[in-house]
Design a binder for this molecule. Structure first.
Ligand code: ARG
Length: 472
């Protein structure tokens, strides 16, 4: 099959025909392609290249194509390679001979670059709405359990108690940055390549500025070679998507741990759980696991386009056709992940008692107790050593809480210290009680009273601010 007959005498090899077509993928760009064609028709009229009648015939044909595309009535033909040629040929069937004028001053090179930018702009807007939806679900859960505590975990070991709301708001921060990155990618992508032609710029006096505004772009691209051959905007968008996917994957990972009965912090709703084909007892958080799994494919999409670009000389090379699928796949994966995660968070039930019990073990308030000694005049390193010694003493048969250390334990630990102030505290009869009071979860939380800390008043303010921002 030969598309551009004039130049060739023979037909192409079927193996070349097999590798060439992209319409099974880029048909997803059809509505954007039609929008670009409509703007191009108006620009051709503005440049005196089609008459008013021809313009109207072309626009009517494109409008009928738009309906057919939306209704799924187009029969996409791989022999016509891509979405662009399929639509041009379909236009010919509707509008007749005038369709042969559509491609005046245009190349598929500036056409596909335009389609991708239009598509990506719409997709980013849609993803943004979904990210906000997940943020609302997280803030809703945080508000519902505003007093709940859990052990903050580092190295997967108990570290310090934190409020669940604080933990959930950490994800809201990540998601807000993801929104910012997507918006930023669109800000740079939102320029019009139309009029760039194949490489050198269109050979007609097309008003590129008017054409750009017609498509709600911020303006025309400044260099025809760049406009037709770079896909950096695809990389930027996929980078934002991949990072958002990584954030969702971390949350998914936590949910899978937390829903294990050994943790028992949460129970994933039945509607987001699956059974086992063999084990009757199973209740698996598969959708969360798949969110985690999709993040891998998202990373792959990003890397695929980066790899595609790095070896390409200027200007357009056919390799660029391979950037379309990763973009579509990446956006689709993130869309599914955001929707599933929103549902999971909306439906999850939290066991505040289990969370609290875990926060009360693992000596998670040790840092707060050590800080209290520092407040009493003991040098930090020595305070750290003293509390560490008490933890070690309690460990055999202890409950995991520094509230169990009795007066004698503290007095002994302090008296044996090299720090003069610690030794003085050892003979203060109230020191044991004061340190036990400082070892409670509440006292530990209250100490982190800095901007961005987990002290309840700080978290309440952060939660109120998030609710205000999200219109909740
Ligand atoms: N389907 C092609 C792509 O996505 C369109 C541009 C083809 N241009 C060309 N000169 N073969 O990149």
């Amino acid at each position: 099959m030969r598309l551009w007959g004039g130049r060739f005498s023979g037909s192409s090899d079927p193996r070349a025909d097999a590798i060439g077509p992209s319409v099974d993928v880029d048909r997803a760009l059809a509505l954007d392609d039609l929008a670009g064609s409509e703007a191009h028709v108006r620009a051709l009229f503005g440049a005196g290249l089609v008459t008013a009648d021809e313009r109207d015939e072309l626009l009517a044909g494109l409008a009928s194509l738009r309906e057919d595309v939306a209704a799924g009535r187009i029969e996409w033909d791989p022999a016509l390679e891509d979405v662009h040629l399929n639509l041009e040929v379909a236009l010919g069937e509707r509008a007749g001979a005038v369709a042969a004028k559509l491609h005046t001053g245009r190349s598929r090179n500036d056409q596909v670059a335009t389609d991708l930018r239009l598509w990506l702009r719409g997709a980013a807007g849609e993803l943004d709405g979904r990210i906000v939806g997940l943020e609302r679900a997280l803030v809703g859960l945080a508000s519902e359990h505003h007093g709940a505590v859990l052990p903050g975990i580092t190295h997967l070991q108990p570290a310090q108690p934190v409020l669940l709301a604080h933990h959930l708001l950490a994800y809201v921060e990540m998601l807000e940055r993801d929104r910012g990155r997507l918006a930023d990618a669109v800000r740079r992508a939102n320029v019009s390549p139309l009029g760039s032609g194949a490489v050198a710029g269109a050979g007609f006096a097309i008003d590129r500025e008017a054409e750009a505004l017609d498509l709600d772009f911020d303006g025309p691209t400044a260099n025809s070679i760049d406009a037709t051959s770079d896909r950096d905007f695809v990389v930027e968008t996929l980078a934002a998507c991949a990072l958002c996917g990584a954030h969702l994957s971390r949350l998914a990972e936590e949910i899978t741990w937390w829903s294990n009965p050994a943790f028992g912090f949460v129970r994933v709703a039945e509607a987001f759980s699956t059974g086992s084909s063999m084990m009757p007892n199973k209740r698996n958080p598969d959708p969360a696991e798949l969110v985690r799994g999709k993040a891998a494919g998202l990373t792959g999409s990003l890397v695929a386009v980066l790899g595609l670009l790095k070896g390409l000389p200027l200007a357009y090379q056919r390799d660029l056709q391979e950037s379309v699928r990763p973009l579509l796949d990446g956006v689709a994966a993130l869309r599914l992940s955001l929707d599933a995660m929103t549902g999971i968070v909306e439906g999850v039930s939290v066991d505040e008692m289990r969370m609290r019990a875990a926060a009360e073990t693992g000596y998670a308030t040790a840092t707060a107790v050590s800080d209290l000694l520092v407040e009493g005049g003991v040098a930090f390193r020595e305070a750290h050593r003293i509390v560490g010694g008490v933890v070690r003493a309690l460990e055999d048969g202890g409950t995991g809480s520094l509230t169990d250390a009795d007066d004698a334990t503290w007095q002994e630990a302090l008296a044996g210290s090299a720090d003069e102030r610690a030794r003085a505290l050892a003979s203060d009869g109230s020191v044991g009680a004061a340190l036990r009071a400082g070892a409670t979860v509440e006292a530990s939380l209250a100490r982190a009273d800095v901007i961005g800390g987990t002290a309840p008043a700080r978290v309440a303010a952060a939660l109120a601010e998030a609710r205000r921002r999200l219109g909740m």
